[in-house]
Design a protein around this ligand. Sequence first.
Ligand code: C5P
Length: 207
Amino acid sequence: VTSGPTFEPLDPVRFLGNRSSGKQGHAIAEALALAGAQVTLVSGPVSEPPPRFVETVRIGTAQEMLDACLKALPVDIAVCAAAVADFRPEDVADKKIKKSGKDPMTVKLVQNPDILATLSQSNQRPKLVVGFAAETNDGMENAKAKLAKKGCDWLVLNDVGGGKVFGQENNIITLLKQNGSAETWPEMGKREVARGLVAEMAKLLKA
Ligand code: C5P
């Protein structure tokens, strides 16, 4: 399970990050462990405590998250709940960047590896790969496109418009599957969402 944000350094004291709290990913890791799974949680920098009964690997950047995920293979299920930075600064200054008096300052960004897509296409592909989509607009359309593009089996869509979801206790999700089904669940706590998703996973693996 991946969870939380990634921090992409600009210099020794600054980074590009995002507002992911890690609550949903951590809850999924714990729910999987309580259901009897052996779980590795690869977590970005969060204040959420490490869940019980789970091996937690703490990382900073997207590249470190990918390395830790590949190291955890083979697995039966991969859940990518992390809010991975799509881009990182191309150059990381080894000293704190100073004001140069020049305006504007330009930071060149390069693309990070896509962990979800890499796991979905791996030759050690897990039996079930679950992605997340945090969308502020046109959620269903974006989620369907993402499911196809990334090659995962399920996609959990949540609406993060207007400060919803990130850092909140509750979540409203739509679970989309490769077979075209899309089910919107009523609003519930992130722990309950986690338990519901784990129940679905168990059903699938049993079948
Ligand atoms: O493309 P987008 O970032 O919206 O996709 C979200 C999904 O992809 C999430 O499951 C997220 O964990 C995963 N992802 C990833 N590696 C990236 C970017 C996103 O695993 N570099």
